[in-house]
Design a protein around this ligand. Structure first.
Ligand code: TYM
Length: 379
């Protein structure tokens, strides 16, 4: 049995991210590369400072293209399900930051088809309904309405299909089966689907940069094998680690474990209950022991959430870490800090979600980029 496993559908065990870099053949984001981004952007996003985005493919070439005035574009996506959780929002928040910094186009694929094909119990009507709801959460992140195109696969397919068949003709059954671990009982929709996740990397004849969890990398490997033969760039990617489930730093936060997941719709009371009851603690069993030996932030889920994203202030997070390690800060107190940060974040998100209702049409149909993309039907 391998100690851990990462596929686009499942993450099991405690992920060794260094090993994953080797296994997948990606590159670590070096301090030099971070410094280069800092120079171009004027600052480093917390997700880069804390190494949540930790690995890449060709990010150096993307920056080169940017500096040479050739430009690049961003692409990311979402397989709709009932309700998004905080882990799902991470790549979108980071993508928006990159868009703000580099002033580039963003394409967001919503894969109602993929989710329907992949989950035995889901109907297509359901995944399309969830897509509408998820798109509101994505819109709430605040992308530039004229530089962003959000599209639903089953709706935009007419424009993707010509490219999808070209991609599909280059991919063999053997390659796709080996990449995704398919077998004789896999439905044929899933065999074709990778072509549809690859197509948006070819929406422009410039380099594409994909911010996403590292679980999506197998698609980019296939893309990179065939892109140049079709006259496009090999896609670049920037990979993130996973937000762990509340139960501990193994696996990933996932909708299939509802009690260990913080949903974007969770009420303040629910957040409190879940954190207090389930968030795995690196503290000692009693206050006396905790004061004496201190806690272990490395395995403490509340600390990890604060470190990864929810406490962006470097001074504050350092202080929390020191005080927790020394035993000055108790588990209950640490959890209170996280609860407040989470509820603040979720409250703001819900307000933005309300305001975003009027923006969805722009992202999907009326914004400058959206209109340009729909016009391509007539080319
Ligand atoms: P999906 O809907 O499973 O996930 C959406 C994005 O969220 C990331 N993610 C996480 N990140 C941090 N912590 C977690 N616990 C966590 N769980 C999920 C995923 O890596 C992903 O970036 N097939 C895709 C949809 C898709 C796509 C794309 C994603 C189509 N084109 C291009 C990224 C880029 C999917 O089902 O994602």
């Amino acid at each position: 049995m391998p100690e851990f496993e990462v596929t686009p559908w499942e993450v099991k065990g405690k992920v060794d991210y260094d090993k994953l870099i080797q296994e997948f053949g990606t590159k670590r984001i070096t301090p030099e590369l971070k410094e280069e981004i800092r120079k171009l952007a004027g600052e480093l996003h917390v997700l880069l400072r804390r190494d949540v985005f930790f690995s890449h493919r060709d990010l150096d070439l993307v920056l080169q293209d940017h500096k040479a005035g050739k430009g690049f574009f961003l692409y990311t996506g979402r397989g709709p399900s009932r309700g998004m959780h905080i882990g799902h929002l991470i790549p979108f928040i980071f993508t928006k930051w990159l868009q703000d910094v580099f002033k580039v186009n963003v394409y967001i694929e919503v894969t109602d088809d993929e989710k329907f094909l992949q989950k035995a119990g889901y109907t297509l009507e359901e995944t399309r309904e969830w897509a509408k709801d998820n798109i509101l959460d994505i819109a709430a992140v605040g992308f530039d309405p004229d530089r962003t195109f959000i599209f639903l696969d089953t709706e935009y397919i007419r424009n993707m299909y010509p490219l999808a068949v070209k991609v599909a003709k280059k991919l063999t059954f053997n390659e796709v089966r080996a990449t995704f671990g398919f077998n004789e009982s896999t439905n044929i929709g899933l065999l074709f689907y990778p072509a549809l996740q690859i197509v948006p990397t070819m929406f422009e004849k410039r380099r594409c940069l994909i911010p996403a969890g590292i679980d999506q990398d197998p698609y980019w490997r296939l893309q990179r094998d065939i892109a140049e033969s079709l006259g496009y760039y090999k896609t670049a990617a920037i990979h993130s680690k996973f937000f762990p489930p509340l139960s501990g730093v193994e696996g990933k936060m996932s909708s299939s474990l509802p009690e260990y997941t913080i949903y974007l719709t969770d009420e303040p009371k629910t957040v409190r209950t879940k954190i207090m009851k389930y968030a795995f603690s690196g503290g000692q069993p009693t206050i006396e022991l905790h004061r004496k030996y201190g806690g272990n932030p490395d395995i403490d889920v509340s600390f990890q959430y604060l470190y990864m994203f929810f406490e962006p202030d470097d001074q504050k997070i350092k202080k929390i870490e020191e005080e927790y390690r020394s035993g000055k800060l108790l588990t209950g107190e640490l959890k209170e800090i996280l609860i407040e940060k989470l509820n603040e974040f979720l409250e703001t998100h819900r307000q933005r979600r309300e305001e975003a209702k009027s923006l969805v049409d722009k992202y999907m149909y009326d914004g400058e980029l959206a209109r340009e993309m729909w016009r391509k039907i007539h080319e």
